[in-house]
Ligand binder design. Structure first.
Ligand code: SAH
Length: 231
């Protein structure tokens, strides 16, 4: 199998890249797509840093699918916790993903509803989710599987967090996952999003993010590396 792995930032792909045997690097959209493998698996991997936000993430996923015909896509990174039980450093596995900033409610639509599409909730691949759960358990972390809400904003305002919690009830929020999920859905490619919590998406989340995102990115990368061996 060929598995595409997307992180938004260098820090989110660095520790996977360090362990990769890269055989070819292809540049597209100004991004480096690293093709290679990990020593624990015969699977091929294409690892890429998409840049931050939904448009960068969706474009990157499309290139990954078009140029490398990947069989599955894993999105790795950090996120702000929305669910009250989830702490900094914990791992969230996507059950599904939604875009919390998609809003035509002024016209009577539900918030998050993507007009004229048959779904706005993109469901992650069950097998990839199960593998992620197994790895998270093995490492000794609590398993949090649920919705991931994505939007083009860093959430640090309690009222914004409350709105997202009330409308979408996600485990965490970030800025790329649902865009990658959306691209995968349209291309019929299985996906899963794995996020390590860097902050609580409320007051002080800017400070916490700066303090914890590197460490959380390493944790998320570790999950991905162990997953690759089981896919
Ligand atoms: N200037 C900063 C911007 C980071 S944006 C930088 O370059 O480091 C935050 C990134 O982490 C995004 O990729 C997003 O997916 C994730 N993230 C972590 N906490 C978040 C939060 N509270 N709200 C939204 N995204 C968050």
């Amino acid at each position: 199998m060929t598995i595409g792995i997307i992180g938004a930032m260098e820090e989110e792909i660095k520790n996977i890249l360090e362990d990769m045997n890269v055989i070819k690097t292809t540049n597209a959209l100004g991004l480096d797509f690293y093709l290679g493998s990990l020593s624990n698996s015969s699977n091929s991997i294409v690892l890429v840093r998409s840049g931050i936000g939904k448009v960068n993430a969706a474009l990157c996923a499309q290139v990954l699918i078009d140029l490398f015909a990947v069989d599955a896509v894993i999105n790795v990174g950090v996120a702000g916790a929305i669910d009250k039980n989830i702490k900094i450093g914990d791992i969230v596995i996507s059950k599904d993903a939604i875009q919390h900033d998609f809003d035509t409610s002024a016209l009577g639509d539900e918030p998050g509803y993507i007009s004229r599409m048959d779904t706005s909730v993109f469901v992650a691949d069950e097998r990839l989710v199960d593998i992620a759960k197994e790895v998270v358990e093995e490492i000794g972390f609590p398993v949090y599987e649920g919705r991931i809400a994505s939007g083009d904003q860093f959430v640090s305002d309690p009222s914004v967090k409350d709105r997202i919690a009330r409308l979408f009830n996600p485990m965490c929020c970030e800025m790329e996952g649902a865009a990658i999920a959306h691209a995968c859905y349209l291309n019929k490619v299985p996906f899963v999003i794995i996020r390590a919590i860097s902050d609580n998406a409320e007051e002080g989340s800017d400070v916490n993010y700066e303090r914890f995102f590197r460490e959380s990115a390493v944790t998320a990368g570790r999950i991905i590396k162990n997953m690759i061996a089981k896919i």
